[in-house]
Write a protein that binds this ligand. Structure first.
Ligand SMILES: [Fe+2]
Length: 469
């Protein structure tokens, strides 16, 4: 159908989606005077890949993959369209986890299990969870339901391949078909690795991405009891490998849980220090992904939304843990952080990982302490983005220069840390000075800084650790 095409004289950028302004020949004199350089070039695209959904307006653009399109598009009753050079990179987005959010949502667990076709779920959690009210709720709900279930309650704080094998053996011998992961990131990560084992026998570390021909994985219902990692909507799982003793990141969209059940009531027991540390982990996910050098405008918007939620709610969640709204918004913020870090992270996470494995620091606490130092390091190359972050703390910042606002963003993050009781320096958190050389080496070998907006060398990491110490 060609009849809906705009007529000559239409102003560029005046309608449809933003990409309609790519057709200046339709725009009359205003377009002819545009300073943009227009060239004729071949374009390759694929069905469903573009524009504003009004694909009937330009059917030739939705040709099968790899079909070269005409150099010059001719449309009846209109001038030819000259295609401009596009500077935006090609990218891929996918965000499909079903999220079920609400106070008391755990009461609907059996419904969610039936929805994904579960008949015999295996619950995985860590030993510390077994005595909590959250686990008692889950147990009562499953006991009163019609589905037979069993428990693997030995998830380690940093799950190992042996830990995965042990749980997998229970999954197989019990004839289970699905997983319910309740707890922090470790329980959810372990459930993901057990799910991998239900469809794939090869080395765990090679499931990044899933090899061709890997069978479908057992579905997971993920129930977080902290608001930080966002692993419930994430596509990765961190497991310590048997042969190397190092953490491997399994990464594939198939690892995303089928359902993320977000019930803020389950986080009410979280003590203030853990609330602060996990909350700053979520904040760091949002901030690092927002400034990472990957092109993902969808994730950028989610990251900004997540940052705003943390800024408005974390202090309340720490100081008034029983506040249901603050707990609820923090759960949403954590989920948004994990959605955003499809863009990947940055140098703060590269520093936080060895701070946990070498110095024993909580992951979120490590991120919170090093983040302002990493922001100082990055500021020069992402001033505009930091200036935007500053406006989330205080809209009046919009009146400042980009230079001033970008500095202020760092000051505000330091202030947030202080407000929620995060130590200002690594030494205050018990990190030994003698650890610093190994920490710098560990950070350099961590993959997260590959997407940091500013490249990091070993000397840079030495300086960053020294400054944060
Ligand atoms: Fe993190």
């Amino acid at each position: 159908m060609w009849t809906k095409l705009p007529s000559a004289g239409r102003e560029p950028g005046a309608g449809w989606c933003g990409r309609c302004e790519l057709a200046p020949a339709l725009g009359g004199a205003a377009a002819a005077n545009s300073p943009r350089r227009w060239v004729v070039r071949p374009l390759r695209t694929r069905p469903g890949a573009g524009w504003c959904g009004r694909r009937e307006l330009a059917p030739a653009l939705f040709a099968p993959p790899s079909t070269p399109l005409p150099l010059l598009l001719r449309i009846p009753n209109a001038s030819p369209i000259l295609l401009p050079t596009m500077t935006l990179p090609t990218s891929q987005f996918s965000m499909p986890t079903a999220v079920r959010f609400g106070h008391g949502e755990i009461r609907n667990l059996v419904t969610h299990l039936e929805w994904i076709g579960a008949k015999r779920p295996l619950v995985v959690t860590d030993p510390g969870m077994l005595s909590t009210k959250a686990f008692a709720s889950l147990k009562e709900i499953l006991d009163n339901g019609v589905l037979p279930w069993a428990l693997f309650g030995k998830v380690l704080p940093n799950p190992t391949e042996d830990n995965v094998d042990e749980a997998t053996e229970i999954f197989r011998s019990g004839g289970h078909d699905s997983l319910v992961a309740i707890g922090g990131g470790s329980a959810i990560d372990l459930a993901k690795a057990v799910a991998v084992r239900t469809g794939y026998e090869g080395p765990l570390e090679d499931f990044t991405p899933a090899p061709r021909g890997a069978a479908p994985l057992a579905p997971i219902v993920a129930i977080p009891t902290t608001a930080g990692t966002g692993s419930e909507v994430g596509r990765s799982s961190v497991i310590i490998l048997r042969k190397t003793g190092r953490k491997a990141v399994l990464f594939d969209p198939r690892l995303m849980p089928a359902v993320a059940l977000l019930d803020p009531d389950l986080t009410l027991e979280l003590p203030p220090k853990l609330t602060a540390a996990t909350g700053m982990d979520a904040f760091t996910h949002c901030l690092e992904s927002y400034v990472s050098n990957v092109f993902h405008p969808v994730a950028d918007s989610i990251a900004l939304g997540g940052l705003e939620l943390v800024i408005r709610n974390l202090t309340t969640a720490v100081k008034d843990g029983g506040n249901p709204e603050a707990r609820g918004y923090m759960m949403i913020a954590a989920m948004m952080g994990a959605l955003a870090f499809q863009k990947d992270l940055g140098a703060a996470h590269s520093m936080a990982h060895p701070l946990s494995s070498i110095s024993g620091l909580h992951h979120g606490l490590a991120n919170a302490i090093v983040l302002p130092t990493v922001m100082e390091f990055n500021r020069e190359v992402v001033k505009d983005r930091f200036a935007r972050v500053a406006t989330l703390f205080d809209p009046k910042v919009a009146l400042l220069s980009e230079e001033e606002a970008s500095h202020l963003a760092i000051t505000k993050v330091r202030g947030l840390n202080a407000e929620i009781g995060i130590p200002a320096r690594l030494r205050d958190a018990g990190v030994k000075e003698s650890d610093l050389p190994a920490l710098a080496e560990g950070a350099l070998h961590d993959g997260c800084h590959a997407t940091n907006p500013r490249a990091c060398t070993l000397d840079d990491f030495r300086s960053l650790f020294r400054e944060a110490y």
